[in-house]
Design a protein around this ligand. Structure first.
Ligand code: UD1
Ligand code: UDP
Length: 358
């Protein structure tokens, strides 16, 4: 049994890490293909180093581009490697262009596809990720749904129950495997002169937010209102996509918002675990905030993580400034006593076990 793990971006490296660790632990025959959709040191190499992951066997150097360029190039290059490497199964994780290209290349070569984090839906076809999720799920042979809700979604779409396995989300494994290390090793709070629960943490990079001037302006105006009300710093490890757009749209960073370079996983976990509240449009961060019991305000109109809304660890605020302030106040008035719907942290092992058994 030969396994091929395909990844390409920051969240895929983090969420695949528990599966890679399990393959290493069991000394399985496996190899990693990295498309290099993310290539900047702070979005890529830093995670391999911190999480002590083996170097990918193949780096495809796909880089940035339009959706068609990125997906098309990845499809062509992945196919070449799969023909050479002859794996029995390809694993992809999440909803990026790398995921779609990997799943499509494999299935057309009649190689089994396992989709980790299957069955998530925002029902918003404007998100490129939504198209990637739907298409990947429908060409997969093993669908590793993180929750029962995700499984039900897949069944409703006509996917056979036999292919679906509820495994929890590997992000829980990643958090549990690294949080103690983060507390011990990270010096980020000291470096930025931050005290526990005396700052907000922000991330924002989603195409439908930052590529639209009005939405991005709405978020920045919301940050302004937040600082006026709380006078607490808003720490923002800024994604290169957003940095580019802020410059292009000539938008001003509001007082109180402190931009920093993207940080590694240990620093980010430490920032997240100690924040008063997290504002984000990220998928993984909605989950992590829930796991770490830190309130989350999501700067979107929908989410493919409704479990976090039901748990009441998260609320949708969109990009209207007044609504952002209002929902921050709502979340701060709540107790942090919600449960974690994403499993107990053994998802990596579970997924590998299912693959070996089947
Ligand atoms: C991608 C995923 C998104 C995921 C995010 C994780 C798709 C469609 N989008 O979005 O789902 O949430 O990764 O962070 O797959 N850039 C750099 N250095 C890099 C990578 C990108 O500077 O290493 C800049 C480039 O200007 C590039 C832009 O960021 O054009 C966007 O990168 P891209 O990979 O297209 O999408 P993300 O916004 O990163
Ligand atoms: N993250 C990180 N450093 C940062 C910002 C995020 O390590 O500066 C981690 C975060 O802990 C989470 C993941 O990156 O696990 C989320 O990735 P991202 O928001 O880029 O993608 P998404 O989850 O939205 O696809």
């Amino acid at each position: 049994m030969k396994i091929c793990i395909i990844l390409g971006t920051r969240p895929e490296i983090i969420k695949m890490s528990p599966i890679i660790r399990e393959c290493e632990r069991q000394k399985l025959d496996y190899f990693i293909i990295h498309t290099n959709q993310h290539y900047s040191e702070k979005l890529d190499r830093i995670f391999f180093e911190e999480l002590e992951l083996p170097k990918p066997k193949y780096n495809l150097d796909i880089g940035s581009g339009t959706h068609a360029e990125q997906t098309g190039k990845a499809l062509i290059e992945i196919e070449k490697v799969l023909i050479k490497g002859k794996p029995d199964i390809v694993l992809v994780e999440g909803d990026t262009n790398t995921v779609l290209a990997g799943a499509l290349a494999a299935t057309k070569l009649h190689i089994k596809v396992g989709h980790v984090e299957a069955g998530l839906r925002s029902y918003d076809r404007e998100m490129p990720e939504e198209i990637n999720r739907v298409l990947t799920d429908h060409c997969s042979d093993f669908l590793f749904a993180p929750t029962k809700k995700a499984k039900e979604i897949l069944i409703k779409e006509g996917i056979s129950k036999k292919k679906i396995f509820v495994t929890g989300n590997t992000i829980v494994d990643a958090v549990y495997q690294n949080i103690k290390l983060a507390k011990k090793k990270s010096k980020i709070l000291k470096k930025l002169n931050l005290k526990e629960e005396k700052y907000f943490l922000l991330t924002c990079h989603r195409q439908e937010n930052v590529d639209k001037k009005e939405r991005l302006r709405g978020i920045l105006d919301g940050l302004n209102l937040l600082y006026k009300k709380f006078t607490l710093s808003i720490i923002y490890p800024i994604h290169p996509r957003t940095k580019k757009r802020i410059k292009e749209f000539r938008l001003k960073i509001p007082e109180g918002t402190k931009l920093i370079e993207p940080v590694g996983y240990l620093d980010f976990l430490q920032l997240e675990a100690n924040a008063k509240l997290v504002l984000t449009d990220s998928g993984g961060i909605q989950e992590e905030a829930c796991i770490l019991k830190v309130p989350c305000v999501t700067l979107r109109d929908n989410t493919e993580r409704p479990e976090t809304l039901e748990a009441r660890s998260n609320i949708l605020a969109g990009t209207n400034p007044e609504k952002i302030l209002k929902e921050v106040e709502t979340m701060l008035s709540k107790k942090r006593n919600w449960g974690n719907p994403f499993g107990g942290g053994g998802s990596g092992r579970k997924i590998v076990k299912i693959i070996l058994k089947n």
